[in-house]
Design a protein around this ligand. Structure first.
Ligand code: SAH
Length: 366
């Protein structure tokens, strides 16, 4: 199993493009088009570093080659089906179609402090069936390829550039469970991180997992500076299992134990995500139990306002969230209350796809 240092982004990109066009690999493609290595490098650079809109824009290539490439090779694995921007202008959500028609989502977030974050998907659908999550309700379709994952970031970065913004951060918090598509996700990270290409620093990338312990263990051995976030959402097994069925396989003690080993091995801070669900996990005793669980160095809790979906949950009110936070603070657990972004455009995980299929079924029944 290769670790990140051994993953070659250039090869990932070209092998991916070749396979999409029906070739066995990059070598077969390069032979068919008589492309020397420097041409491959020019194209890779245009796509990943310069964020060119298409083959036609690569003016260093002869016109006839551009034409041949345009008709034979994809420039992106994704087609944009929908784009929606929140009223406050901070959040833009994209619904993409993959080649087989499966839909995935990404989000561009313009933060007040100047950061610009892309949130991207790692799978079409999700198998984990978290009770509060719109993606989970829709079921699992398939893993995304490294190039499909990466092309979301390229699209979001190109869109941001129209406003003279450049991406500063990227999170794997869209559809899917990154650690159940481990190799493709790590290959996409190699692409994101490539100094000759997209060039987003590892410390600006965060992978969020629902608690796939085997993935956390493997990730601890990568020797990279990517941030790790754990979707915890409940301080005890009964509640967590009712919200997140994955907790049956890897209960809290196992999960937190794996995270502590990760911290010990890497000396890196871990972020625990905790959705604030009114009357479900937002009581003072939940905060106390959470604090007891998380003792030790290098952890931070993000308290996340819940974006309403069809699931029967509401977001905790602001006063409850502040009280929850103060209990954590008294017990020495650092935390941040995240502010909601894009709730008017259904920016919660999987919601745009749900809206889109709802519109389709309306159209079909009309
Ligand atoms: N499977 C991974 C990554 C995708 S979900 C994981 O579970 O971490 C990214 C984050 O969005 C998770 O913390 C998830 O619990 C949260 N989330 C899902 N639905 C949400 C909603 N309606 N409102 C706010 N956050 C939500």
């Amino acid at each position: 199993m290769p670790n990140l240092q051994q993953r070659d982004p250039f090869a990932v990109w070209w092998n991916g493009r070749a396979r999409e066009a029906g070739f066995e690999n990059a070598e077969a493609l390069a032979a068919a088009f008589a492309l020397p290595r420097y041409r491959l490098a020019q194209i890779y650079r245009a796509a990943t570093k310069e964020l060119a809109p298409g083959y036609d824009a690569i003016t260093v290539l002869p016109a006839d080659l551009r034409e041949r490439l345009r008709t034979a090779l994809k420039w992106s694995s994704l087609v944009v089906e929908r784009e929606a921007t929140s009223k406050d202008g901070q959040t833009t959500k994209f619904l993409f179609a993959l080649a087989d028609g499966k839909e995935v989502e990404a989000v561009l977030m313009r933060h007040r402090g100047g950061r610009t974050t892309a949130c991207i998907s790692s799978q079409a659908g999700c198998a984990l069936k978290c009770d509060f999550c719109a993606t989970g309700q829709g079921g699992f379709f398939r893993n995304m390829t490294a190039l499909e994952i990466f092309d979301q970031a390229v699209h979001v970065a190109r869109r941001a550039r129209q406003e003279k913004l450049s991406l500063t951060n990227l999170v794997f918090m869209g559809m899917g469970e990154p650690f159940l598509n481990y190799d493709a996700v790590m290959d996409s990270v190699a692409l994101l991180n490539d100094g000759q290409g997209f060039n987003l620093g590892a410390r600006h990338i965060t992978i969020s997992t629902a608690g796939v312990v085997t993935g956390i263990e493997r990730f601890a051995g990568e020797g990279i500076q990517i941030n790790l976030a754990i979707s915890l959402h409940a301080p005890d097994d009964t509640l967590r299992t009712s919200l997140m069925p994955i907790n049956k396989k890897w209960p809290i003690a196992t999960l937190v134990g794996a995270v502590k080993s990760y911290v010990a091995a890497t000396n890196r801070k871990v972020f625990y995500e905790y959705l604030m669900l009114a009357g479900v996990n937002d009581r003072p005793e939940d905060a106390r139990q959470l604090a007891d669980l998380l003792g030790g160095p290098l952890h931070h809790v993000n308290l996340i306002p819940y974006n309403a979906t069809d699931a029967p949950y509401r977001c905790a009110d602001p006063a409850t969230m502040r009280r929850f936070q103060s209990i954590l603070r008294e017990r020495g657990v650092p935390s941040t209350i995240r502010h909601t972004m894009g709730d008017d455009i259904a920016a919660a995980c999987g919601q745009l796809r749900v809206e889109s299929s709802r519109k389709e079924s309306k159209a079909a029944s009309a």
